[in-house]
Design a binder for this molecule. Structure first.
Ligand code: SAH
Length: 347
């Protein structure tokens, strides 16, 4: 196993069987070795810096019905909300005052957010704060739509691929959604010049070691600028309610692996990781993650954007989240930096 880890650290590539062996072979010793390599390369590129992104959850209205997700269309218990363009702009202004220079607009696939409306919001944020980056995470849209939003000033787009195995994809999604379209969206985003983020849930229902190996291979070949991985956490109003959550340990192990696969990748320690373990985000940073995404949504809607049960940070004001993370990050010897925190092109 040591040989495999050395090979990964040197060549940034393994074949599918090797990835499978690496995933199955997780133990304390391998975790430590991977983590040491991952922290070292992370330090070479990003030092002790941790980037922050202000997450604004703009709507929980969704036309999709992803089986794992708490805001899926068929969840009748979900109390729906949508922020107005003015409320979204207000969140970004508040975030700017708190030192945020990247705003992530995330939401369900809500038909209200046409290209004109969403593009107008992006433009406004960029006009107000030309030194900021805007990231969108609004699901699958057409090529033309992505193109328009890019022209409005959107810099980055997060669209997790969810799983790089089409059969597994179809067990997590309704028939109307397709793996091919998800992948096509990622290609389209890339061709339009976005910094692109893919990613997957760790421990999602029916996920096998082979599936994760494929996810890693996909990341190795696609080379995303950003990669969001977090544990799957069941939501009580979905049919996956009785599936066990993914573990913080496996998530951190994979964070180290992904750091070694593609050293410059922007890798968040996610809210889901902080939900399965009270110090999950700290563990993530110490495993190779270099981004945190505190919530900037108005407190009145936070509980309603419930993708999974017991999501953390739903009661705090934005400023409290910002301060809390500052403390957590500096306690473990890292520092939160303001600034856009763009992907650093490898030399
Ligand atoms: N509609 C957007 C945003 C989805 S929410 C889109 O399609 O991209 C962002 C991410 O949360 C999803 O990509 C998914 O990977 C994650 N997520 C959803 N439900 C989850 C759950 N039950 N546990 C953990 N993560 C979940």
């Amino acid at each position: 196993m040591k040989d495999l880890i050395n090979k990964l650290a040197e060549e940034h590539s393994l074949n599918l069987e090797e990835y499978e062996a690496l995933i199955s072979g997780r133990n304390e010793e391998n975790t430590r070795l991977l983590r040491e390599f991952a922290v070292k390369v992370r330090r070479e590129i990003y030092g002790n810096d941790v980037y922050i992104r202000g997450l604004i959850e703009i709507s929980n209205i969704c036309r999709n019905d992803c089986l794992y997700c708490g805001i899926r269309k068929s969840n009748k218990n979900c109390e729906r909300y949508r922020l107005t363009p003015d409320e979204i702009i207000e969140c970004s202004n508040e975030g700017y005052e708190l030192g945020f220079r990247t705003f992530v607009l995330q939401g369900g696939e809500d038909g209200y957010f046409t290209d004109e409306i969403l593009g107008g919001i992006v433009k406004k944020i960029k006009d107000n704060h030309p030194d900021c980056a805007v990231t969108l995470s609004m699901g699958e849209r057409s090529y033309g739509s992505y193109k328009f939003l890019r022209a409005c000033g959107a810099d980055r787009y997060l669209l997790r691929h969810e799983t790089a195995d089409s059969q597994h994809y179809s067990r997590l999604h309704p028939l109307a959604m397709s793996y091919d379209n998800r992948m096509k969206c990622l290609e389209n985003l890339r061709s339009l010049g976005y910094q692109v983020g893919c990613g997957f849930m760790v421990g999602s229902p029916y996920q096998t070691v082979k599936n994760i190996a494929k996810d890693l291979k996909f990341i190795e070949t696609f080379k995303p600028e950003m990669c969001g991985i977090g544990p799957f956490i069941p939501h009580k109003d979905t049919e996956f309610r009785n599936f066990p959550p993914g573990s913080a340990e496996m998530t951190c192990y994979l964070l180290s692996v992904i750091r070694l696969i593609y050293p410059p990748v922007l890798l968040p320690a996610t809210t889901a990781l902080g939900t399965v373990n009270p110090i999950g985000r700290e563990m993530g940073i110490m495993s190779g993650a270099n981004v945190v995404m505190p919530n900037l949504s108005p407190v009145k809607v936070r509980k309603k954007y419930e993708l999974y049960d017991n999501k953390i940070c739903t009661g705090e004001e934005s400023a409290q989240c910002r301060n809390c993370l500052n403390e957590r990050v500096s306690k473990i010897g890292y520092r939160i930096v303001t600034g856009r925190g763009d992907f650093r092109v490898p030399c």
